[in-house]
Design a protein around this ligand. Structure first.
Ligand code: DUC
Ligand code: ZN
Ligand code: ZN
Ligand code: ZN
Length: 508
């Protein structure tokens, strides 16, 4: 029996580097079955010529918002995942969001299955946003859902009235997640600091979009990040701080990692490439700045970007995700919900920006794959770790994120010799919203082909998404693996009886 497909004449990038030239990837039944020189061709074998270009694993974007109730003008599963594959991403993890009045997670789960079934261009899974973590949810529903549905991660918020948890709720939830081996994502910003500043700004009629960036300063992220880490330390739980945008938060994370605490961190393209000048208005449009409103906000200085680039290079960050959270700009339920009686009010602007399609090419542009070594920000191996390998392991996607025999044949074939260089433009993107905050930026390469389980789903030569809606599968996940730190670092000097407090409870 011959191979279904052979991808030849490419440079295969793994998490430990680029394989010697000439190795080919053999694919059978949607999986990588062989890697080696001169793979045997059968009469039916399809040959894909990589034209000497790099081949990286299909991107795993573990932080995207699709079809959430709170974003009526955002992407659906169809438009969001179409945009994903056109940018080289083959797996996404999106949020199923509980609202405070929901006492069970099962209806939310059904709602998200319903919205996504038959709609996705790429493989996908869910995280739960927990806003009302009752005993029943933590100790009866989560264990069942993890086991039966393979949903093995949750996101917890420290800000927003409709989402935020108290420190006590964070502790209870972290302890339960630790017992169950779930991955716990934290949105760390100090809610009271932000509300205090919003009120002050509004009192002085400073309500233009730009003031969003003033209302949620780095110190609010630093404080909450520090607190989240200390809370996690108390119950010896691993956590992931998501969308980190500040050097102060990064320092707390780095310090915790140095002490071998299992603290993971994520950052996103906008915190590496964009500054708060994006929130300024234009002469011809007094609300233009709303296009740059995301949370945490874009920061003010080039040094802020530099600091995060250091975290990318030195392993402080475990993963790099888009935080794709789109809303239409020119729509009364989109960004323009922030215009009240004709007056812009930054605090009412939906927070979030699109970025699922541009994530990989923006970061790839800064690698040794596009730049001479002296000027590159990161190696190709590090690129693969951040964008596919690490998120796959952290979230228990055991067949995703690596070019290895036995893994799904999810691949990105780049253009050879930076022939894919292009300018990012809204009219070229495949998402459902009406702008990109990266408009006009040059990227040095773009995926030429995206393959999902051996099928070509994006073909730049045809300028076309060639995959079909519904080909993407829901992925049941295993428990994620710790990638930094280790468990068992109970506070020094703890006496025996105290230790029992933190023993994981038997799960119902
Ligand atoms: N948190 C996110 O994770 N994404 C967008 C907005 C937010 O607050
Ligand atoms: Zn968040
Ligand atoms: Zn403009
Ligand atoms: Zn998000």
């Amino acid at each position: 029996m011959g191979l279904d497909t052979i991808v030849r004449n490419g440079l295969i990038v793994t998490e430990s580097g680029v394989l010697p030239a000439g190795q080919e990837i053999g694919i059978s039944n949607g999986k990588i079955s062989l890697i080696g020189f001169g793979l045997p061709e059968g009469p039916e074998t399809k040959i894909i010529d990589a034209q000497g270009a790099y081949i990286t694993p299909g991107g795993v974007d573990s932080h995207v918002h699709l079809a959430q109730r709170n974003a009526p003008t955002g992407d659906t599963w169809e438009t969001g995942t179409r945009s994903a594959v056109a940018g080289g991403t083959t797996t996404v993890l999106a949020f199923a969001s509980q609202t405070k009045e929901m006492t069970s997670l099962f209806p939310v789960l059904e709602e998200y299955h319903e919205k996504s079934r038959g709609q996705s261009y790429c493989d996908y899974g869910f995280h739960f946003i927990l806003t009302n973590p009752s005993e029943t949810i933590l100790w009866q529903e989560l264990p069942r859902i993890a086991k039966e549905e393979g949903i093995t991660s949750v996101k917890l918020y420290m800000t927003y009235e409709l989402y935020k948890l108290s420190d006590r709720q964070l502790l209870d939830t972290m302890l339960a997640c630790r017992s169950l081996g779930l991955t716990t994502m934290i949105h760390a910003e100090n809610s009271d600091m932000i509300n205090f500043l919003i009120q002050g700004l509004e009192r002085n009629e400073n309500t233009a979009p730009f003031f969003h960036a003033i209302s949620a300063p780095k110190i609010a992220e630093d404080e909450a990040s520090y607190r989240a880490i200390r809370l996690a330390e108390l119950v010896d739980a691993p956590v992931l701080l998501v969308h980190v945008s500040s050097d102060g938060a990064m320092k707390h994370i780095r310090e915790a990692q140095t002490r071998l605490l299992p603290i993971h961190a994520e950052t996103c393209p906008h915190y590496l490439f964009l500054l708060s000048d994006k929130l300024a208005n234009h002469e011809h449009d007094a609300f233009h700045g709303a296009k740059g409103v995301c949370s945490p906000p874009l920061r003010h200085n080039p040094e802020d970007l530099e600091a995060l680039w250091r975290g990318i290079s030195n392993d402080t960050f475990t993963i790099f995700s888009s935080d794709h959270a789109p809303t239409k700009y020119d729509h009364p339920q989109g960004k323009k919900a922030g215009i009240i009686d004709g007056i812009p009010k930054f605090s009412k602007i939906p927070k979030g920006i699109p970025g699922i399609e541009t994530r990989l090419s923006l970061l790839f542009s800064e690698t040794e794959g596009c730049l001479p070594k002296e000027r590159a920000r990161l190696s190709l191996a590090r690129f693969v770790q951040l964008t596919s390998g690490n998120p796959a392991r952290l979230y228990g996607l055991t067949r995703k994120g690596s070019i290895m025999p036995g893994f799904d044949a999810d691949l990105v074939v780049w253009h050879p010799h930076n022939q894919g260089e292009k300018t990012i433009a809204q009219e070229k993107l495949h998402h459902g919203v009406d702008y990109t905050p990266f408009e006009g930026m040059r990227v040095r390469n773009w995926p030429r082909l995206t393959m999902l389980r051996g099928e070509i789903v994006w073909d730049a030569d045809k300028d076309s998404v060639t995959g079909v809606k519904g080909f993407g599968n829901f992925l049941k996940r295993e428990n994620g693996r710790l990638l930094v730190g280790k468990l068992g670092q109970l506070p020094a000097g703890m006496i025996e009886g105290e230790r029992d407090l933190w023993r994981p409870r038997p799960v119902a």
